[in-house]
Design a protein around this ligand. Structure first.
Ligand code: GLN
Length: 458
């Protein structure tokens, strides 16, 4: 059932919130041991919340915009009384002691939080294989990785274990698993959604955002979580549009919209993926879009720039995991990738090396940001592949550079602070391929509009 119809049914009591959560709990009980999308479920609490919502509806009281929808949260976002482990042994024993701003807002809108999802340890990865609690299986391509780092949140949507979920995206961690699992994932403009209560990976890149099976779900969640937060200094004071009011029912759906196609984004991607993406682009043209060919000169700089900055910021963020206040000392118990970032970050942060690496990375970041700004000046959106290659088979070990190579097309939006989404474009041998759409800062609604139109043509 489409999410707007479901909301209506719950409001009319055709489907109760309790039935909704119970249906999902049944699916989770049946399939989670194989898929491993969830690390922690709080059935009792979820049922209590559902019963309260049903009661409110019965009494004719006003309910929130997410009333009765079942929501899963990535394990690096604080939710009171849930296990906020960041999929690391370091925080194995930590239970959330407060609600992050996004969680407060979801609860205010009567969303039902069912549990915490699997992820790469501290969100440092692209496959969800580095979780201390085991890998997640891709429900849309069994036997393959779901992508990462928010692999559990994407898999939970793909396996129909919840209505909506939240992830975090530092260099692609929402869009990459959305692409591999055949769902929609949205990374808002940096500063549009509060990061308060999110465990940092790299704070100048991190954004929280939603996953859903349809664009209306993305819009509903964005309406709930976006907006200024006085507790978080990077949030933007801005009149956020009502994303759920954006609709596709106008004539000449995309008439006059300019869609940029970047030559280099296609060149670095597998041919099979490019074929699928070209199909989506043809569809945009049929609906009235005008294509503009663009060239991006700095593609080779993107991964080194992103990872150098990521190492330095992550090293600094992890200094609080010293085993004194909570959990274990991170270096004593963490996995190989997290340790690599801590060591590299510590090295690059030293005074004598920072000029050589970190400062150069910051300069390169400005260059990339300016270049993207320039390209976006002439178009409404840029469209292309989300991930340049298909997800590998579980159990296959990749070297570090091959793992980082998954991120080349997604880190750009984080380096530039712009909004970006991935939506299903098609399949290669049964494996989902995502179409990435990027726009100017604070033009998140253009992406949502375009996705709605594309979806309405299916
Ligand atoms: N794969 C990228 C990394 O390892 C992105 C991770 C993310 O967005 N959290 O840093």
């Amino acid at each position: 059932m489409n999410i707007m119809n479901k909301l209506e049914s719950i409001k009319n009591h055709d489907l109760t919130a309790l039935e909704n959560i119970n249906n999902y709990i049944k699916i989770i009980d049946k399939n989670n041991s194989k898929i491993n999308a969830f690390l922690d479920i709080n059935e009792e609490e979820a049922i209590k919340t559902a019963e309260n919502i049903d009661q409110k509806i019965k009494n004719g009281e006003q309910t929130g915009d997410l009333a009765g929808l079942v929501i899963a949260i990535k394990s690096n976002i604080n939710v009171e009384d849930f296990k906020i482990s960041a999929a690391s042994k370091t925080l194995e024993t930590y239970n959330g002691s407060f609600d992050a701003t996004v969680i407060q807002r979801i609860k205010k809108e009567d969303g039902i939080i069912v549990g915490m999802t699997n992820m790469d340890e501290f969100a440092a990865g692209s496959s969800t294989e580095t979780s201390y609690f085991g890998q997640t299986e891709n429900p849309a391509a069994p036997g393959r990785i779901p992508g990462g780092s928010s692999g559990g949140s994407a898999a939970a949507i793909a396996a129909k274990m919840c209505d909506l979920s939240l992830g975090s995206d530092t260099g692609g961690s929402i869009r990459n698993p959305a692409s591999h699992c055949g769902v929609i994932g949205f990374k808002p403009t940096y500063g549009l959604v509060s990061r308060q209560g999110l465990l940092d990976l790299a704070m100048s890149f991190d954004q929280i955002g939603p996953f859903a099976n349809d664009t209306s779900g993305i819009a509903l969640m964005m309406d709930a979580i976006a907006g200024f937060d006085e507790r978080e200094c990077t949030t933007i004071e801005w009149d956020v549009p009502q994303f759920k009011d954006i609709n596709e029912n106008s004539q000449n759906l995309l008439k006059g919209i300019k869609v940029g196609i970047v030559e280099q984004f296609m060149e670095v991607s597998d041919d099979h993926i490019v074929n699928i993406i070209e199909g989506s682009i043809d569809k945009m043209v049929e609906m009235g879009a005008e294509l503009v060919e663009l060239s991006f000169d700095h593609i080779d700089l993107c991964l080194p720039t992103y990872y150098l900055i990521n190492y330095v910021e992550f090293f600094s963020a992890t200094r609080k995991y010293d085993g004194r206040k909570y959990g274990y000392k991170i270096e004593d118990v963490c996995g190989e990738e997290v340790l690599r970032r801590i060591h590299m970050g510590s090295y690059i942060s030293q005074k004598e090396y920072s000029g050589k690496y970190y400062k150069k990375a910051l300069q390169a970041r400005s260059l990339i940001r300016n270049e993207m700004k320039k390209l976006l000046r002439d178009v409404d959106v840029i469209a292309g592949p989300t991930v340049p290659k298909l997800p590998h088979k579980l159990g296959k070990s990749l070297d570090t550079m091959d793992m980082y190579a998954y991120d080349v097309l997604t880190v750009i939006a984080n380096l530039a602070g712009i909004p970006a989404a991935s939506m299903p474009s098609g399949e290669v041998k049964g494996i989902p391929v995502g179409l990435q759409i990027q726009a100017k800062p604070l033009e998140d609604e253009k992406i949502i509009h375009l996705m709605k139109v594309m979806e309405s043509m299916d």
